[in-house]
Write a protein that binds this ligand. Sequence first.
Ligand code: NAD
Ligand code: DAU
Length: 331
Amino acid sequence: MKNIIVTGGCGFIGSNFVRWVAEHHPQVRMTVLDKLTYAGNPANIEGVPNVELVVGDVCDAALLSEVVPGRDAVVHFAAESHNDNSIAGPEPFLRTNVEGTYRLLEACREHGVRLHHVSTDEVYGDLALDDPARFTEETPYRPSSPYSSTKAASDMLVRAWARTYGVAATISNCSNNYGPYQHVEKFIPRQVTNVLRGERPKLYGDGLNVRDWIHVEDHSSAVWAVLERGRVGETYLVGADGERSNLDVLRAVLRVMGEPEDAFDRVRDRPGHDRRYAIDASKIRRELGWRPRRADFLEGLAETVAWYGANRAWWEPAKDAAEERYRAQRR
Ligand code: NAD
Ligand code: DAU
């Protein structure tokens, strides 16, 4: 891998991946293809060596036929990524997540380029709190939200294009990421920035929903492992054994920030709210030798809280708009 395209490389995970690759594989040239939606910020990759930014849409077939030929791979992070937004307005999710993946598959097919598709554990639906099961690569798809159903659709397209047309594609389905540069609409940054602004965190429903947290650096190293050593046509689940309830995470945030553990508001639940996600990552560990290096959640959380404290100028411009979207969605 010497010359790759990273779609969505100005978003949270894409930009962390770009910085991770620049640090660990400095010989790789990267072209970030990003539409710069509300979630994309070019500052996230500013100053990273060997990176070129092309501002554009993954649905733009003409643009793809210019930028895709001759690359070693396309790493596809670009998506509409937020469940609450998908419930309020699903259309952009269909366009970017489904049509965008289709356009990229067609470009990769035509020009014989490898595609790695970055997806989510949410395609498997949810598990009960008392169910000992975890998701594996064999778990049937059962998405619940408009967001996760469009990601499931995009995964299906990738599988079909790999089997029918022989597109050299791989898929990874990862659990909930946290770390620096995550948009303030998401759970952890929303609560941290609320506290930093003197506002109370907001917990949906009973807060017992479980997410399986992984540090974004570990997701980056997993995507790289699949790109380098993954078997074409295969799917790899990525997770770091980080199951925690939202209530537990919120209390940890409040503790780290020196606030009382009950200093938050309970608000109306998300419609269709998935109860629990849990990843069994044995396949990527066994086949590719991948291991999470940042599995100490409380340490990673404290670092993340410190990052938001030190980078107010990065998140403050987006905060009011994100909170306005929440007010409109919950009216
Ligand atoms: P994000 O919302 O922070 O970033 C998405 C990026 O894609 C932004 O830079 C945005 O400008 C860009 N984009 C959106 N529509 C585009 C389009 N039509 N053309 C080009 N660029 C476009 O998302 P994220 O949280 O970094 O997630 C990245 C990927 O990882 C997504 O595919 C998501 O489904 C997947 N994923 C996320 C998580 C998580 O916890 N956040 C976990 C597993 C998988
Ligand atoms: O599992 C992977 C998925 O994780 C990714 O595919 C998605 O792109 C990513 O957004 C994330 O989805 P979630 O819906 O799990 O993440 P979110 O940060 O929106 O919420 C995490 C949990 O916190 C969820 O149970 C809802 C709850 N929540 C969220 C917000 C924003 C609250 O209790 N309060 C809040 O204010």
